[in-house]
Design a protein around this ligand. Sequence first.
Ligand SMILES: [Zn+2]
Length: 485
Amino acid sequence: MTFDCVIHGGQIATTEGVSTGDIGIKDGKIAALADKIEGGEHRIDAGGRIVMPGGIETHAHIAQESSSGVMTADDYLSGSISAAFGGNSSFIPFAAQQRGENVDDVLATYDARGSRSVIDYSYHLIISDPREEVLTDQLPRAFARGITSFKVFMTYDLMNIGDGGMLDILTVARKHGAITMVHAENNDMVKWMNRQLADRGLTAPRYHAISRPELAEQEAINRAVQLAKLADAALFVVHVSTEGGAEIIRREQFNGAKLFAETCPQYLSLTRNDLDRPGMEGAKYICSPPLRDTQTQEALWHHIRMGTFVGVHSDHAPYRADATGKFLNGSDVPYPKIANGMPGIGLRLPWLFSEGVVGGRITLEQFVALSSTNTAKVFGCTTKGRIAPGMDADIAIWDPEARYTVTLEDQHDNMDYTPLDGRELRGRPETVLTRGEVIVDKGELKATEGQGRFFGRAPVDLRARPGAPVKEFDPAQNFGTDLRG
Ligand SMILES: [Zn+2]
């Protein structure tokens, strides 16, 4: 066989281990793995480098309007380029339904936006309006084209769908093999805290962290999990930021719940003290759930090591620190009027490699699992996330020795700040391929606009999550009724 490309002599890292070898690529797929492969139209020398599956970023807000109408600074071109420089070969941003919108129209809008991407892409569908025709008609149609993950919010007045709406969506998702992602914070607890703070005139950015207590996340995670158990549906808790929340997830996973979760680099690298910077500088660090403290960071690392989280994803929510983003409502406004979110798609993996692998907190095998392989399984990316014959040649080649300081100039997103400015990191992706095409090489972009393709996804893989029995749904205990039928 003649290969289009051969990656030669690298340390190939998978979730199972690390070994030296060559990878032969043909027609965008991994065609062969061997100790030595001769030939190839194009040869990449990976000596001294680590070769691993390209990252799959599954928490990113790209070309997405928030419910209050603020557009993210990154579209599918700048967002995907930034992701590629950060070692990702594909991503799954959100397509967001606002209230009153038809899901078919939402997806048509995002298809037009996504067509600029340089890496392969899919969407999670945010649902804020689960009315009858959405549930019976539009969601099944989205599912049929491979959009097998939905996202719901338990907070924000314009997004929160209530417990009943969530049960309805979980039920539809279960029927079609989809997984429901949830932003879990108790809306009324947050609103009540906002009033306590406003009554005392405490509206500087730093009070954002106080306004969204750890208890609000823990209560909502627990509630979301119980709702999912009642519906016997798969649940993915996004951006877990508290030790208590992680403990609930750990316990319920042990009980068998069809439950998965992630955390994000910002909860491991920044604290609420970052919101307490002079003037409005703290606004850059406003995100929800908010940044916590160093004790929480240690606890979250422990849960990463122990497998509570299947991934560490960026929650890239790029709002510039100007009137187009953070300060759309004015430059000196109370914290509830400042856009929530921070950028991170380009630094997610370099930061995790440096602090996790080089820092001795996780193994290289765990890094591969957390950056692509686990995520591919949960979100049904059947041709991505592994280095094996037949898989897409989505590959990242890392220089594990590179040392550098994070600067804004080195970022490829469309932002005017980076929260990790000045951090010293070690290890970075050098060459990145999507379906066998080199898209980034030694700091240079090789991709062309629009070369990424939409990919449909398979149902969630629940083989390792049997489900937690609910007595009232057991025919032996409910007078013989089949309530799931
Ligand atoms: Zn998010």
